[in-house]
Design a protein around this ligand. Structure first.
Ligand code: PLP
Length: 446
């Protein structure tokens, strides 16, 4: 597998400053725009996302902050509205019509999300508030029950704080030891280091599928196999993978997989934990309350069957309904079509960003998604982001909840442009022109 340097500091002349200047607003509208791969009706797809046609600061929005949160199509918005207007009631406990409809919508969403996750058993899907809560659920429930002092958990230096801090808290409670797989200069996991860290005391390997800062797609199947061979379970943080790689989740062979709705065209505040059913069966409840019980006496209680054992209290019903519709929407688009368009965008963006002198791109060239973290000369990423925002371009700047990874590269922050299937090749031009403007505003690059 080819690997580029972690920091791609291009030496070629940019040409960006001399490029055709800022496009006219009309040029930046995407109606009728051809796809990078030709087969994808991008204008039709974009028309399904109302927010993509708005202007920001007098410019058509170029939304390139999809790794933080993606936009929602009309189909999801309409489904949530229909639920709220016509079907709202509490789930599971009513015999009246509305409750039956709300329950059918909620459990129907579980089927859709299960199908997205590549499992035929919807009971293996636990709805949570998102990836963060899914990891916390495993750390609290499985961790408190099965991890003791001296046990080891192997993480990596590229984990989002959501897949780090819950394990630090577990270590504080139990005395278990956290070990961290190194990241190569090229932005990949050091698998030799991984083998060195796996030992008799390793109980769990928890690792991200796709890095939210570097875009690196980790070889999770290989990691899972090596972890299993060492007798450890595996948790994969799929927050950045599930939006792009449909039905791949079970194929990883892992034991736990966490993902969020709002990064895959669904509402915020909802996500899922997929886990092998037998693990869910043997894990104690995460939270106590209504919905998660079978029988309650003053002296003690018994638990509902999975997955309800882990869904205490009234859930985020409208969020789950929207999540389910988002999963159906992605399935209808088709994973191959999504991947093909995103791949074309990724290659084009890598080429264009690679031509900009003074721009340092982090992460590998191959086996990556269209998430681009970069620094540009000595312009602070927040200043970059502010300048781009004035042109209607939404990117992110900061540590991206990856502080240990930033420390690894000796950085406090990067700028990050992240693309999704509804982005256009033209938005790559818009981004590059915005960067040229930033270079002008900051009077040349160091
Ligand atoms: N893991 C990764 C890799 C992420 O990118 C994110 C969000 O940015 C999370 C976990 C946390 O997701 P959420 O905030 O939806 O719980």
């Amino acid at each position: 597998m080819a690997e580029t340097a972690g920091m791609t500091d291009t030496k070629r002349a940019t040409g960006v400053l001399a490029s055709s200047g800022h496009p006219e607003a009309a040029d930046r509208r995407d109606a009728g725009e051809a796809s990078a791969d030709g087969a994808w009706d991008l204008a039709e797809i974009r028309a399904q996302f109302p927010v993509l046609s708005r202007e920001v600061n007098g410019h058509p929005l170029a939304y390139l902050d999809n790794a933080a949160s993606s936009q929602q199509p009309l189909r999801v918005l309409n489904r949530v509205e229909r639920y709220l207007r016509q079907q709202h009631a509490n789930v599971h406990r009513g015999v009246h019509q509305l409750s039956a409809e709300a329950t059918a919508a909620y459990e129907g969403a579980r089927h859709a999300v299960a199908s997205h996750a590549g499992t035929t058993d919807p009971a293996e899907i636990v709805f949570t508030r998102g990836t963060t809560e899914a990891v916390n659920l495993v750390a609290s429930s499985w961790g408190d029950a099965f991890i003791g002092a001296g046990d080891e958990i192997v993480l990596t230096k590229m984990e989002h704080h959501s897949n780090l801090v819950p394990w630090q808290l577990l270590a504080g409670r139990t005395g278990c030891v956290l070990r961290f797989v190194d990241v190569t200069p090229g932005g990949r996991l050091d698998l030799d280091d991984f083998d060195r860290l796996l030992g008799k005391r390793t109980r769990l390997v928890a690792c991200t599928h796709v890095s939210n800062s570097l875009g690196t797609v980790n070889p999770v199947r290989e990691i899972v196999d090596r972890a299993h061979a060492a007798g450890a379970l595996t948790l994969i943080d799929g927050a950045q993978a599930a939006p792009h790689m449909l039905t791949d989740v079970a194929k990883t062979g892992c034991d736990f997989y966490a993902f969020s709705s709002h990064k895959m065209c669904g509402p915020t505040g909802v996500g899922a934990l997929w886990a092998r059913r037998e693990l869910l069966e043997e894990m104690p409840p995460y939270q106590g309350g209504g919905e998660m019980i079978s029988d309650v006496k003053l002296e003690g209680s018994s638990w509902a069957r999975v997955p309800h054992k882990f869904e205490a209290g009234t859930p985020n019903i409208s969020g789950v309904v929207g999540f389910g519709e988002a999963a159906r929407f992605l399935a209808d688009l088709g994973s191959e079509a999504i991947a093909s368009h995103e791949d074309a965008l990724k290659c084009a963006a890598l080429d264009r960003l690679g031509e900009i002198e003074g721009l340092r791109l982090y992460g590998p060239r191959e086996e990556r998604t269209a998430v681009f973290s970069f620094t540009y000369g000595d312009i602070h990423p927040h200043d970059l982001s502010t300048i781009l925002d004035q042109r209607g371009i939404a990117i992110r700047a900061g540590h991206h909840c990856n502080q240990p990874l930033m420390d690894h590269y000796g950085l406090s922050a990067t700028a990050r442009a992240s693309f999704y299937f509804y982005n256009s090749p033209r938005e790559i031009d818009v981004l590059c022109d915005g960067l040229a403007l930033a270079a002008e505003v900051f009077g040349g690059l160091a």
